[in-house]
Design a binder for this molecule. Sequence first.
Ligand code: NAD
Length: 202
Amino acid sequence: MFEEMNRREFMQKTALATAAASLTSASYSRIFGANDKLNIAIIGCGRMGRFNLGVQQKIRQVNVAAVCDVYEPNLQQALKMTGGKATGYRDFRKILERQDIDAVLIATPDHWHALMTTLACEANKDVFVEKPASVTISEGRRMVQVARRTGRIVQVGTMQRSSPVFQNAVKIVQSGALGDISFVRTWIMGNEYPDGIGNPPD
Ligand SMILES: NC(=O)c1ccc[n+]([C@@H]2O[C@H](COP(=O)([O-])OP(=O)(O)OC[C@H]3O[C@@H](n4cnc5c(N)ncnc54)[C@H](O)[C@@H]3O)[C@@H](O)[C@H]2O)c1
């Protein structure tokens, strides 16, 4: 519990710092006035998307103008969080068509990251995309190419790499205290019954 609290706090602080840094960078590409707000959209409103949405709502210069999810309950939950102020979409391409959206925050499953980041850059949006950046190395290289070609700011949410909790875990493994690691099992707790579609059977 203690570690979980620290992790949550860390993620919150990092996410806020990230958003602030992105804002600063964005303000170089678009001159910001004191009352200007950055219009952002959240694409993928599951566990991480809604966490990120909550963080963004704490930043004065950010306006969450749109949310998108193909799964209606998650879309509705995100809309509720914005008090109905954001517009809801099922198709992320409709968000990319909007000229007033400055940046998108992508928190869909991994296999969507490369395509959505690429199309968002092409549509002149800055991007914060959840980790992993891509599923394959070649996809990742193309994401870098498109970000450079379009001049967009793209950041990948790899904050777990800088969290003391995970760094300690790496140190423990590297110290040899656990012996030779021959098998690792990981799992994800998101999208479970009764809220989501459930995890696959063992
Ligand atoms: N940075 C971190 O610490 C961290 C932690 C957890 C997860 N993640 C990453 O965040 C991403 C999402 O993870 P999660 O746990 O929130 O998963 P999740 O399943 O809870 O949420 C994903 C959401 O995306 C929606 N979605 C799927 N395809 C879509 C599409 N084409 N358009 C719009 N919405 C779509 C799903 O309906 C779902 O609501 C993953 O890539 C994961 O690796 C990052």
